[in-house]
Design a protein. Sequence first.
Length: 365
Amino acid sequence: MRRARFPWVAAQARAIVALAELARIPALAPAVEHLIAEPRAGDADVAGVPTTLVRPARRGPWPALVFVNGVTARGRHHPEVQRLARALARAGYVTAVPDLPGLSSGELTQRLVRAAVAVTAETAARTDVLGGRAGLFGVSLGASVALLAAEDPELRDSVSVVGGLAPYANLANVLRLATTGTYADRGRLLEYRASETLTLVAARSIVAGLPEQPDRGRVSKLLPAITDEVHDPLHDLETLRPGEFTRPARTVVELLVNRDPDRFDELYAALPTHMREEIERLSPLTGAARLRAPVELASAPRDGYFPLEESRALLRVLPAARLTVTSALAHAQPRLSLRALADFARLDLFAARILKAAAVSPGSG
């Protein structure tokens, strides 16, 4: 099945359906649920990854979206994640939500990104998916994972669009922010207060990059598990004596317990070469110029995790990208306010552009 075109009005209608259910808009959400049949949801194994697969009630084939959630201990079973998947399916998209390895525990690794690539490729190849392509949509850390996956040459012709809410661009910048409360913006160091969950995720990710030896386990055990509320997540690391570790672990601990912005560059440079190379590979900014699919990013003017400048840095490099800045977002959550209807309208247009791009078959123009 091939469509000559996908009208903007259809994309706008689908965006309204999705946002109505996701944001629980009074009166509109119940109307959508009454008029459009409940999607079919179930568990599936997609490329070896446990996945929630939600399909529209009507007959396919459908356009497809792979949703990469942010860091949450409940992973794909988080109620907000499930509601988003159902909202997208109700809008007419087969939606895959994988439990990527390490994501629920806040550990960003190449293994996680490779799994996202494999899930997207297998989803795009499904017989009930329109056009042999799938869009990627992620929130927070998941938005950056979506970008990293789409940059992979294996997906060059299989990704229809990449959408993301509040991604990071440069993982080294995230480490600086998480440890010193500052970030680098084109040669300037600016103060920025971010969530302590970000600090924990940054720590767990860099510790996961240590070689498999007792040191990694010793350091990892001192980091709390991912929870909805995190307080002073690096407190126990400060009790360690760096001299008790081998050099790789010592450099990681010294970087994580440092709070002095002027020492960050020196401590970062002391990390083993392979770890700095891995941090660069896990930075969407590194391979952004390779990405062929259109990219839609959105962020609040003042995000609680990643500064708006991270999205702007991506915009300067991505070949085909657009950034929506709207106060209708509370990090990754849409919010409706009568005082900010214009901001919600911008979020609606952002969603419509993603849904339109995801539903257009190759060569349809």
